[in-house]
Design a protein around this ligand. Structure first.
Ligand code: FE2
Length: 425
């Protein structure tokens, strides 16, 4: 007898009437119309079942701290960094853990079961590192939390930056981060990329750097990151996050840059909600959107995923842990409004994000973990349009979250149906 059978499901690839059989936490079969005895049977009623959402770029040490100790008045990246600097000395481990745990609850409710979070390593106490390692342990039964050692104040610029980052990795942080555009000079930025990539190669770790998060077209650290990735054989395990300067770069230079990124196997993570909020702040009009060149990167063969980046923190006062909201903003900012473009945006918060993360057994196929979401939508396009309700969330075959369908009850005289009909909203 199966543990779980989901019947009559639509899948993101367009297949309909599909059954998903689950045994011991894994998918054993995905096939049309399968009927078999199971301890639990779910009729998907021709709604979409998707692999769970993945956030490939977040800051869990800062989340849900909005207003502490004040809000970001200018809305710029730099005031956000300064504000985080004011908050850091006030951080208490238990309060940080509680905020992060609350956010993980939000994530699970929205069907997001894997988060790559940067954690600031600039402070010698490594308080945030210890706190998020504890959160990682606590949420492990229901959420994969991957941590990136992120030297927010610049690994070369801040005293003890390299040593603090090494110590964070020693404690068990998974990925090497960086912030080359925040170092004092372009030369220091490039040197930081080389140093951090060498550190990752030496330890066999993945790399994910905040790279060129500015509107400066001459911020070209992504070039160094790609070439270091090639030199050190870090193909397939290196990510450039943000890369917003590419929005403003000269087209000829980009035509040379894109093949280098593609050949190096560097993935790019755009953060649509944050990029459209923080970039272009020094412009009058027209104001640049600032997000990196998503369709062009995809066309060049680069894996591009979308991250949430921030929720209610010094940089961004909005957000709810909803990767469909991220995809929704992404398709608007990148003008990816074709059917295939919208589907690519759905992939950017599911399969493409999972590839950045390096998640194993991810997907809807025999052998994958049975970690998936039943949505109140018939396909990925409708899911993004409605930011569809996550009706049921399964983790390794176990139901871990449910939300009732979103409906509005209308009271309109003269409509053909009676006063009691409900509308999906
Ligand atoms: Fe970030």
């Amino acid at each position: 007898m199966l543990d779980l059978l989901v019947r009559n499901a639509h899948l993101p690839d367009g297949r309909t009437g599909m059954s998903i059989a689950v045994q011991d936490g894994r998918i054993t079969e995905v096939t049309p119309g399968l009927v078999a005895p199971a301890r639990q049977t779910v009729d998907a009623q021709a709604q979409l079942v998707s692999p769970h959402f993945v956030d490939p770029h977040f800051h869990m040490d800062a989340t849900l701290s909005y207003g502490q100790p004040r809000v970001n008045e200018s809305g710029t990246l730099l005031e956000g960094i300064a504000l985080w600097g004011e908050l850091k000395p006030l951080l208490k481990a238990e309060a940080l853990i509680e905020r992060a745990m609350n956010y993980c609850d939000w994530a699970v409710a929205k069907g997001m079961l894997a988060v790559r979070s940067h954690v600031d390593t600039s402070d010698t106490s490594l308080l945030a590192v210890d706190a998020l390692l504890e959160v990682k342990r606590r949420v492990a039964p229901y959420l994969d939390l991957q941590l990136v050692a992120f030297p927010q104040d610049g690994v070369l610029r801040s005293p003890g930056g390299v040593d603090n980052l090494r110590r964070a990795l020693d404690k068990g942080v998974d990925v090497v981060g960086g912030i080359p555009h925040f170092e004092r000079t372009m030369a220091d930025g490039a040197a930081s990329v080389r140093l951090l990539c060498e550190l990752a190669a030496e330890r066999g770790l993945r790399v994910d750097m905040h790279c060129d998060e500015s509107d400066d077209p001459l911020s070209r650290h992504i070039e160094t990151l790609a070439s270091e990735c090639q030199r050190l054989g870090l193909h397939g395990r290196t990510t450039g996050s943000h890369c917003t300067s590419m929005h403003s770069m000269d087209n000829y230079y980009v035509s040379k840059l894109l093949p280098l990124i593609a050949e190096s196997g560097v993935a790019v993570v755009a953060n649509p909600l944050i990029n459209i909020t923080l970039q272009g702040r020094h412009d009058s009009y027209p104001k640049r959107r600032g997000m990196t060149r998503v369709p062009e990167l995809l066309a060049a063969g680069v894996n591009v995923a979308f991250g949430h980046d921030c929720v209610m923190d010094p940089w961004y006062g909005m957000g709810s842990g909803d990767m469909l909201e991220v995809a929704h903003m992404g398709l608007h900012v990148a003008q990816m409004t074709s059917q295939s473009g919208i589907r690519q945006c759905f992939e950017a918060v599911t399969t493409r994000a999972a590839a950045v993360f390096g998640l194993e057994r991810y997907g809807l196929a025999a052998g994958c973990d049975a970690s998936f979401v039943l949505l109140q939508a018939s396909d990925p396009v409708e899911a993004i349009r409605l930011r569809a309700t996550r009706l049921k969330v399964f983790r390794k075959g176990v139901l871990i979250a449910e939300t009732p369908p979103a409906t509005a009850q209308l009271h309109l005289a003269g409509r053909p149906r009676d006063n009691d009909w409900r509308l999906t909203v």
